[in-house]
Design a protein around this ligand. Sequence first.
Ligand code: FNR
Length: 195
Amino acid sequence: PVRRVLCLAGSLRRDSWNRRLLRAAMAQAPATLQLDVYDALAAVPLFDEDLEQHDPAGPAGVQALRAAIAAADGLVIATPEYNHAIPGVLKNALDWLSRESPAGDVLPEKPMAVLGASSGPWGTRLAQASLRQVLHTCGALVMPAPTLFVAGAASRFDTDGTLTDPATAQSLQGFMLAFERWMARVAPPLARPEP
Ligand code: FNR
């Protein structure tokens, strides 16, 4: 069966290395995965409990992200590293998603994987550690291994933003294969129809 994977980059930047990494993952994923890169993170407003009280379903930008995650079998998050942590835009979106919604909770028990790219030499190690902590708090089932830290991102893509580094491409291929196995393991299809 084909499993649907939503890919989310924690960056609004047009030429984001993290979004480019997710585009490269689409090329490296097995044919049994259908990957989509989410492109509307900018529509998620700053979290405010007053907005929640005004409309329990949340603003339209939050509803759209929630629906996209609900429709996917798994979520892959590529995070930048800002000051040794995850960017505010990503934390903000996760804070919204962690709240109860009439549309249902989308983070608990959702199979997830995290990776990330940075221009520096450490490849988002600390950001990924803090992202894992947030996702565990929200009840997500985060793939423990393999990890993928893409350092020196600028040297791994061409001017069009296409991944040119064979080692990173190979790591991505292994990462997506592992995520497919992880999804099958933690969210196996029902053995028999529900009564
Ligand atoms: C950064 N950057 C950065 N890089 C890193 O490896 N460790 C860090 O702690 C930080 N801190 C940091 C803070 C702020 C405010 C900015 C704007 C940037 C650099 C960062 O890795 C680089 O800008 C990436 O290109 C961001 O990811 P996207 O937008 O290309 O996906």
